[in-house]
Design a protein around this ligand. Sequence first.
Ligand SMILES: *[C@@H]1O[C@H](CO)[C@@H](O)[C@H](O)[C@H]1NC(C)=O
Ligand SMILES: *[C@@H]1O[C@H](CO)[C@@H](O)[C@H](O)[C@H]1NC(C)=O
Ligand SMILES: *[C@@H]1O[C@H](CO)[C@@H](O)[C@H](O)[C@H]1NC(C)=O
Ligand SMILES: *[C@@H]1O[C@H](CO)[C@@H](O)[C@H](O)[C@H]1NC(C)=O
Ligand SMILES: *[C@@H]1O[C@H](CO)[C@@H](O)[C@H](O)[C@H]1NC(C)=O
Ligand SMILES: *[C@@H]1O[C@H](CO)[C@@H](O)[C@H](O)[C@H]1NC(C)=O
Length: 255
Amino acid sequence: MHIVFIFSLSMVPLMILACPINFGYVRNITWYDPTCFNASSIVSNESKCCHTIKSLFSLGLARHLNVSSMFLLPDNHTSVSCLKDFQVELGSLEVPTHWVSTCLDAEYFVSSPSFCDRIESLDDWFRIVGKKTSINYYCKDNLNLSDYHCRNCLTAIKLIHQNGLMLIDHSKGESCLLLTQLYAAGSVNVHGPESKDVASCIFQLNGPIVNMHYHSFLTKHKYVCRYVILPSALLLVLGAWISFRDWVIRKCKIM
Ligand SMILES: *[C@@H]1O[C@H](CO)[C@@H](O)[C@H](O)[C@H]1NC(C)=O
Ligand SMILES: *[C@@H]1O[C@H](CO)[C@@H](O)[C@H](O)[C@H]1NC(C)=O
Ligand SMILES: *[C@@H]1O[C@H](CO)[C@@H](O)[C@H](O)[C@H]1NC(C)=O
Ligand SMILES: *[C@@H]1O[C@H](CO)[C@@H](O)[C@H](O)[C@H]1NC(C)=O
Ligand SMILES: *[C@@H]1O[C@H](CO)[C@@H](O)[C@H](O)[C@H]1NC(C)=O
Ligand SMILES: *[C@@H]1O[C@H](CO)[C@@H](O)[C@H](O)[C@H]1NC(C)=O
């Protein structure tokens, strides 16, 4: 009885600290950005890879908004454990680990009324921005990149971001834009945050069509190729050449 009690008590901090987001989608969706895999890319929070990493992480926040009605994470510990989980998923694709710490700051993703116009939950959004905005109309369904659908949704996001939000504090541009994107991706679009439409249009994760499972297969096999198959093949050719040379020398001596 006591043991069970102590056991459940010791589980409490673990449950509070666990990240509520499953970042498995990182290996599933199409987001290939060569700058995140290039060892000689310049590591800076302004780089193209950071834009990609932020967008990828935002997809998880949009999913979190959909299930919890909260835009950001409840506290710093949760945010830190989310960045760790996220890094593990990226690491499984052989993305160098420095990108997460360079591009994302755990404290930034902690829910706070000062993040943007006192908006922390969907209810706050409805109260301050409204339930029927142009985003609800233009970002609801098809976000086809090659025609006007995606463009209309992005325009709606821009207008709501500029006119609906940022009324009080104009320094919160980036924060308010994130909330607006999360709303469109996590609450409005019927196909959900991990859909191709949302990822490519709202978060601009539109690299070439590469299945990330396949990509990690290729990177693993690139190493096998470089360090095992190629040297073996060279040795084989060298060996064959030496035997051939010896055979020719022997033949010539006999003749
Ligand atoms: C990844 O994709 C597969 C097949 O489309 C699906 O079964 C699986 O649930 C997806 N996983 C995640 C974490 O989205
Ligand atoms: C990697 O980055 C370096 C420096 O930016 C660049 O010169 C090179 O072409 C890149 N390689 C690939 C494969 O993208
Ligand atoms: C990059 O980091 C610097 C220094 O920490 C900071 O002032 C700047 O706002 C950051 N830029 C972005 C785009 O996060
Ligand atoms: C959040 O956690 C990180 C890592 O443990 C720590 O460096 C940072 O100071 C914490 N921030 C706050 C506001 O507690
Ligand atoms: C997207 O729009 C283009 C041009 O109108 C069209 O050819 C294509 O079939 C559309 N794709 C989807 C998935 O609806
Ligand atoms: C979650 O997403 C679905 C569409 O995928 C949407 O119908 C639902 O309203 C969303 N939930 C919330 C709380 O926004």
